[in-house]
Design a protein around this ligand. Structure first.
Ligand SMILES: [Zn+2]
Length: 429
């Protein structure tokens, strides 16, 4: 683990403005920790004690540390997601009118739209470029300085904004101010070509999000809080990474599985509802002659995703007994309707892991008369048939362009995940 995991987390988030960047950064860091990449299209050479990583597309990734005795003992999986809600730029030309060019956007997942107004936005994601040889290749893209904006309507024309909140129509109000009018010009394609140093006609397609240029930071009297974009759920990806770097299982497998598309329901060829994790597990089990059907029933999946912290400004939003405080440890997330996968056995087991790691444990239950969010936990549990516990660190302003959390909880989560990977027995029966 780096000397200061929080500083490293903020660096990781800053350099991961899109799920494709997150996938690339995770792969590079795992590579540095000795994980050898295996491609799904190749045949695999897998050995006891080996460390491997597999990517599906660029934004979903599975890292596996194989135990010395892989056919004995449980499989310990930490799951998380690489994507965050936001605005995605449409493929068409910029809208022109009133002397202004604006980039049309689609809403990805459930962002707090009002938080995207009046921010110094840039574009980040991936661009598909046509090469000189006629083949297409994906290139990561992150422009370092502000390039677009959603200016608010002045209060003089919106007198009720402080009483009723800022209401933004995705179609009319969210298109990103991108430049002054240049009639007939495919402005974004031309600008992307220039930024990438290629002719505009080589820019074939893109998946680009509008992201904040403000760097993540600490704040508070003791610098005990952090503010950053994408804490949900890059903080859990980073905690899983830090634990995985040290995983040296004696038996079974230790796995970190991070997926794209959680914020839009996980149903895609690389999402948590896809065949990715079962496929990788099946291939490893066949390569090592593991009795998977006997090992899975004693295995665990820890679905790590951020949860809601108590916010003293909005006491009506939760019951105090059921909402965790920041800087007071990770929380087990519980929902009787299985929006979170934790059950009593899993909750007690996670609390024991926290005890072993020397960190406090809390719990979260959503206010019963409000609809609860969900995670990859129930989805992956359904696909794999593995007992799953949904856990997460408490945070404020989930799905804002700039979220906040406690600085001290991050090291606590890393400690629990490390204990999980090291625990010899895991589940019985
Ligand atoms: Zn999440």
């Amino acid at each position: 683990m780096p000397a200061d995991p929080v500083t490293d987390l903020l660096t990781f988030i800053d350099s991961s403005p899109s799920p494709w960047h997150a996938g690339a950064n995770l792969a590079a860091r795992l590579g540095d920790a000795g994980f050898a990449e295996r491609r799904e299209t190749d045949s695999w050479d897998i050995r006891p004690g080996g460390r491997y990583l597999v990517r599906r597309d660029e934004s979903s990734l599975i890292a596996v540390a194989v135990g010395q005795r892989p056919s004995e003992g449980p499989i310990r999986i930490v799951g998380a997601h690489t994507d965050s809600p936001g605005l995605r730029v449409k493929p068409g030309r910029a809208r022109e009118g009133d002397g202004m060019q604006r980039l049309g956007v689609e809403v990805y997942g459930g962002p707090i739209l009002a938080t995207f107004a009046d921010r110094d936005l840039t574009l980040a994601g991936r661009v598909i470029l046509r090469g000189a040889d006629g083949t297409d290749a994906s290139r990561l893209f992150h422009h370092p300085t502000p390039i677009c904006r959603i200016p608010n309507l002045a209060i003089h024309m919106n007198r009720t904004v402080n009483d009723e909140g800022l209401k933004l129509s995705p179609h009319d109000h969210l298109p990103l101010q991108f430049g002054d009018e240049a009639p007939g010009m495919d402005a974004l394609r031309a600008w992307l070509g220039e930024a990438l140093g290629v002719a505009p006609e080589r820019v074939r397609a893109w998946e680009l999000g509008a992201v904040d240029t403000q760097a993540p930071t600490r704040y508070g009297r003791r610098q005990e809080f952090i503010a950053a974009p994408r804490l949900d759920n890059l903080a859990s990806c980073h905690a899983g990474l830090e634990a995985m770097r040290h995983a040296q299982p004696d038996s079974g497998l230790a796995i970190l599985a991070v997926f794209d598309h959680e914020e839009v329901g996980s149903e895609s060829f690389k999402g948590a509802a896809s065949s990715f994790l079962p496929d990788v597990l099946g291939r490893i089990a066949r390569a090592l002659d593991m009795p998977l059907e006997r090992q899975l029933p004693r295995s665990w999946l820890l679905s790590a995703d951020m949860t809601h912290a108590r916010n003293p400004a909005f006491p009506w939003a939760y019951e105090e007994e059921d909402a965790p405080a920041v800087n007071a440890g990770p929380a087990v997330k519980i929902n009787a309707k299985q929006r979170y996968a934790s059950d009593a056995v899993g909750s007690a087991w996670f609390a024991r892991l926290c005890e072993q790691a020397g960190v406090p444990c809390q719990h979260y239950v959503h206010r019963v008369d409000l609809p609860c969010g969900t995670t990859i936990g129930p989805m992956a549990a359904t696909r794999l048939g593995v007992r799953t516990v949904d856990v997460g660190n408490p945070m404020w302003a989930m799905h804002s362009i700039r979220e906040a959390a406690g600085a001290e909880d991050h090291a606590a989560m890393i400690a629990v995940l490390r204990t999980f990977y090291d625990e010899p027995g895991a589940a019985d029966g």
